[in-house]
Design a protein. Structure first.
Ligand code: CA
Ligand code: CA
Length: 162
């Protein structure tokens, strides 16, 4: 995880409230979700520099199990709330990889998640980002059950800083 993803200071409660109200005022806002096509509208309104390619990647990143085209406002806010805290941020990211919510990251979930994150920063994972899933499991599977749990991926990500 590169330094650029971590803020020196947390957002203030006022700033977080502003982001939330931008999300709540999007045309598609309903039942605490937004349509993922409006993510770029949110970024523009919030002053977060985002290319169309990044917005496309984020559509996948924030996809929630209950509807392919919906993003949970709480999930989006969790990212902003945890940006200053590497451990919390990595856990948030790892949870987003787990699309079927079973607590484990499959190879498909890992590949899709990494592809989404690399749209933001192609060098995000450096040399470690080039590891295949099989190699990653060998290094990150700390409880040796042959599977990658969300917490193991989060720990792997947060150690990447060093
Ligand atoms: Ca899973
Ligand atoms: Ca494991």
């Amino acid at each position: 995880m590169s330094e650029s993803h971590i803020l020196a200071k947390p957002f203030t409660p006022q700033e977080l409230e502003n982001l939330k109200s931008i999300l709540r005022n999007l045309p598609s806002y309903k039942d605490n979700t937004i349509h993922n096509s409006e993510y770029i509208t949110f970024c523009n309104a919030a002053g977060i520099p985002t290319t169309p390619e990044q917005a496309e990647a984020y559509k996948n990143y924030f996809r929630v199990p209950r509807g392919d085209d919906l993003c949970s406002v709480n999930d989006i806010m969790k990212v902003f709330e945890s940006l200053h805290d590497i451990k919390a941020y990595c856990l948030t990211v790892a949870k987003h990889f787990d699309k079927n919510g079973d607590g484990e990251i499959s190879m498909e979930e890992y590949d899709a998640g990494v592809a989404a994150m690399k749209a933001f920063d192609p060098d995000l994972f450096g040399e470690k980002g080039k590891l295949g899933f099989d190699e990653l499991i060998k290094k990150a599977d700390k409880n040796n059950d042959g599977k990658l749990q969300v917490e193991e991926l989060a720990a792997w990500f947060s150690n990447m800083q060093n």
